[in-house]
Design a protein around this ligand. Structure first.
Ligand SMILES: [Zn+2]
Length: 493
């Protein structure tokens, strides 16, 4: 078998049919990403492979450091080609790391390059990509259209402007870009200096003067309303674990006022304040029928020397091992008791907690929505073949895989859309192998229909985002694309 041919990761006939006939033609609904909205609205073009491929990619920086490459070539001031060359030298050492697959899948899908990247091929590949990057297809918008991306959700602070989302969505582009409400900085009463700078930004964004706790809540709600008006239907929180300690409004007000005066909250006060706000955010999402995302369990910025030099999100984070179960259940239970539990997606980064969180989600399912509490796709260090299979298996064994809303890129790079393909192949391989072993029926419409739903349709129904194909022109485009693939586009399965 050839490396990464058309049947890459598809080890049997049924898997290949599921992937090629059911998964591959589906469009992409990328409901969690970190793509910068101004690069989409401005249709950013990229000058070279270093710019489109290495900027901000802490996965690659970690591998380069582990390969003994100096920081100058990762985050430092080395010229773009030298950074790229340092990466090319590292690639052969990434065998069996998902980076090896992603790198070659990205070269193939974006540039049609099938040569393996290493020091010897680096120059040829750079030049070949360089030529292509000049064409309009390789601008930010062209890349989204080429990968059939119907929706991208960006990740945004409540203070961020939504003007660029609105301008994209009032255009005739074939995709929509919606903001996601991520208010992590509103919890930071333990760091009063940056917290108060952020409050000043929130005052400006909401046009509300923040005197005490109630006006903070009013300002946050006003921004939540603005996100809703811009088409946003998701929120997101990055937390080590859920905060669920009881905290009265008076207690929260005191902690807030102290932070406003420059007094840092102690750890226990921080957690109570965060618990108070997380309940408030849960209610906001429930009122508007949004979906709340929780990213749980990352241990961040542990290398203080590097944090001082390079700042956060530069590749010095790992998997935390806090207990998750009781705090997660207590948070959801508090909302459930008020009948204010929104739809949720919980993303887990610690594989030891897969069954813990998958079963915890099951406690709060109800008839309001199929798969109301989603055990989300394998995240970060788990975004690779083995751990995707673990996530799919944990969900299958304790819940309903059929109701899963599927994969996200969670990426800052326009080169990451083949991650969806990677996930889809792994999903089809698992299911196809079970069909061939007689563990699932040889009923392609049944299993293929589930695949199709997980790839796109479940997310479309669950998240309630407005899609461009709701317009007639885009519908025509879909039919054309489906015919070109020799398939009838039948969502009725
Ligand atoms: Zn993310």
């Amino acid at each position: 078998m050839q490396f990464m041919d058309d049947d890459f990761l598809l080890s049997c006939k049924a898997a290949r049919r599921l992937y090629h006939d059911y998964a591959a033609p589906e469009p992409i609904l990328d409901f969690h990403s970190h793509l910068p909205v101004h690069e989409i609205s401005g249709n950013r073009s990229f000058r070279n492979l270093a710019e489109v491929w290495l900027e901000g990619d802490h996965y690659k920086w970690r591998a380069m450091r582990a390969n003994g490459i100096a920081e100058r070539y990762c985050t430092g001031d080395a010229p773009p080609y030298e950074k790229y060359l340092a990466w090319a030298r590292t690639v052969p050492f990434t065998l069996r790391n998902p980076l090896y697959h992603w790198t070659h899948l990205e070269l193939k899908r974006y540039f049609g390059i099938t040569e393996l990247l290493n020091e010897a091929s680096a120059r040829r590949i750079w030049d070949e990509a360089d030529d292509l990057l000049r064409s309009p297809d390789f601008g930010a918008q062209g890349m989204l259209e080429r990968f059939q991306v119907r929706v991208v959700c960006t990740t945004d602070d409540p203070c961020d402007s939504l003007a660029e989302h609105e301008s994209i969505n009032s255009s005739a582009l074939g995709f929509r870009v919606y903001p996601t409400f991520r208010p992590d900085r509103s919890l930071a009463v333990d760091r009063p200096e940056s917290f108060n700078r952020w409050i000043a930004r929130l005052e400006a964004a909401s046009d509300i003067e923040i005197r005490g706790l109630q006006s903070l809540l009013d300002a946050l709600k006003r921004r939540h309303d603005a996100f809703h008006a811009a088409g946003g239907r998701l929120s997101d929180h990055g937390l080590p674990y859920c905060f669920a300690q009881p905290c009265t409004q008076d207690e929260a007000a005191t902690i807030f006022e102290n932070a406003r005066r420059g007094q840092a909250a102690a750890a226990e006060e921080y957690e109570r304040f965060a618990a108070f706000l997380m309940l408030f955010f849960g209610r906001l999402d429930a009122e508007k029928a949004w979906t709340k995302q929780l990213h749980l369990g990352a241990l961040r910025s542990v290398n203080t020397r590097r944090l001082g030099q390079l700042g956060p999100d530069t590749g010095f984070d790992s998997i935390g091992d806090w207990p998750q179960a009781s705090a997660f259940c207590a948070y959801l239970d508090s909302l459930e008791r008020e009948q204010a539990l929104p739809r949720m997606i919980v993303y887990n980064v610690n594989p030891a907690e897969n069954y813990v969180l998958a079963t915890a989600a099951g406690n709060f399912q109800d008839g309001a929505a199929a798969g109301k509490i989603q055990f989300g796709s394998a995240w970060w260090f788990l975004d690779q073949k083995e751990a995707m299979e673990w996530q799919i298996n944990a969900l299958s064994n304790t819940g309903l895989l059929s109701r899963f809303i599927g994969m996200v890129t969670d990426s800052r790079s326009f080169m990451s859309f083949p991650r969806h393909e990677y996930f889809r192949r792994i999903l089809c391989n698992l299911l196809g192998a079970e069909m061939e072993r007689g563990e699932l029926p040889q009923d392609e419409r049944l299993v293929g229909g589930m695949v199709r739903n997980i790839c796109f349709e479940n997310a479309r129904q669950f998240l309630r985002l407005e899609l461009p194909e709701d317009s007639e022109t885009a519908k025509l485009g879909m039919v054309k694309a489906a015919n070109a693939n020799g398939l009838k586009h039948d969502h009725g399965l």
